[in-house]
Design a protein around this ligand. Structure first.
Ligand code: NAP
Length: 310
């Protein structure tokens, strides 16, 4: 007999992927259970204004959009629990999941636990996030029209986003901790040839300064330890992403960076376990693409559950 904590579909994560999956699974009358994770509505909820999600021509706050996603999923019967899954056993069905307080089982699991942009963990970074500090040029670049911004990092993401930011910003200064870029030659050359982009080499930011919004950064040259303040209106940090996949290690196939590998139908390496959104997407990382992946994962999970009933 199934216990009362058994569900057809359990969804991990309450960002765009998780809640879109919940909407589709709920509309298939499967009453999905969603675990919110630590950040209710995910990373997107931290964005001041989302202007590239279709249907909101004036833009919408990240938290407001997350709440609408949740309301819509709940309207059809999804249940959102404010809890986090801390351990899983995906070796046999029903799958077992542990949260801080309870054990659950499920016929199918959709993993939408996202990825976090790596942080510098320096003074001012947390306090000024959303007020000049950003981890997403596509989301926030527009707010820096005619302004000066710095980009932190020397990889492909940093340079791609630096080039993108030149559409808006007056000057883009890339600050890299070495004197050699990690990025590939094509992007490196494109950035170096862009007249709006300048580089500060061998340097790290030790503090982000500003009252209401960012006004400067403190830069330290790592070769001679000299420090100085550098005026800027914005700080874009691209020092890599970290998928939230720790608890699935040993259970699911992942790439070398820890992203869960899925096929076009959002199947992971374990039948009945699907993944959607940034946990499985190191490339696009947009609300709209994550929502699409979540919907696709739920459609497949519903087929999977139907196949169990045959
Ligand atoms: P990445 O390649 O890991 O580069 C991270 C950059 O941030 C490196 O330059 C690194 O410096 C720097 N960094 C790391 N931690 C730092 C810290 N605490 N303080 C200051 N700087 C720090 O990450 P990514 O650029 O996000 O790229 C991830 C993957 O996606 C890569 O494989 C990349 O090729 C791929 N990608 C490809 C494209 C494209 O082809 N168009 C676009 C985006 C991403 P060091 O160099 O000194 O380690």
């Amino acid at each position: 007999m199934q216990d009362k904590n058994h569900h057809s579909i359990i969804i991990l994560g309450s960002g765009p992927a998780g809640l879109s999956a919940a909407l589709y699974a709920a509309r298939a009358e499967l009453k999905p259970l969603v675990f919110s994770g630590l950040v209710l509505h995910g990373q997107a909820s931290l964005t001041h204004s989302i202007e590239n999600y279709p249907g909101f021509p004036e833009g919408i706050g990240g938290e407001a959009l997350g709440s609408l996603f949740q309301q819509q999923a709940e309207r059809f019967g999804a249940v959102v629990e404010y809890d986090q899954v801390t351990a899983v056993d995906l070796s046999k069905r029903p799958f077992r999941l542990e949260t801080y307080s309870k054990s659950y089982s499920a016929d199918s699991v959709i993993i939408a636990t996202g990825a976090d942009a790596k942080k510098m963990n320096i003074p001012g970074e947390k306090e000024l996030t959303g007020r000049g500090v950003s981890y997403c040029a596509t989301c926030d670049g527009w707010f820096f029209k005619g302004k000066d911004v710095v980009v932190v990092g020397g990889g492909d993401s940093a340079l791609e986003e630096a080039i993108f930011l030149t559409r808006f910003a007056k000057n883009v200064t890339v600050i890299h901790r070495r004197n050699e870029l990690r990025a590939g030659t094509i992007l490196a050359n494109r950035a170096k040839n862009n007249l709006k982009i300048t580089f500060i080499w061998d340097s790290i930011i030790t503090e982000i300064i500003g009252d209401e919004t960012v006004s400067a950064v403190r830069i330290k040259n790592v070769r001679n330890n000299e420090e100085r303040n550098f005026k800027t209106d914005g700080v874009f940090v691209f020092i890599g992403h970290k998928p939230n996949s720790e608890i699935f290690k040993g259970h699911l196939e992942m790439d070398e960076r820890g992203y869960v590998i899925v096929d076009k139908l959002m199947h992971t390496s374990v039948p009945g376990v699907f993944a959607a959104g940034e946990i499985a997407d190191p490339i696009f990382r947009q609300v709209v693409t994550s929502a699409g992946m979540g919907a696709a994962a739920a459609i497949q999970a519903v087929h999977f559950i139907e196949s169990l009933e045959d």
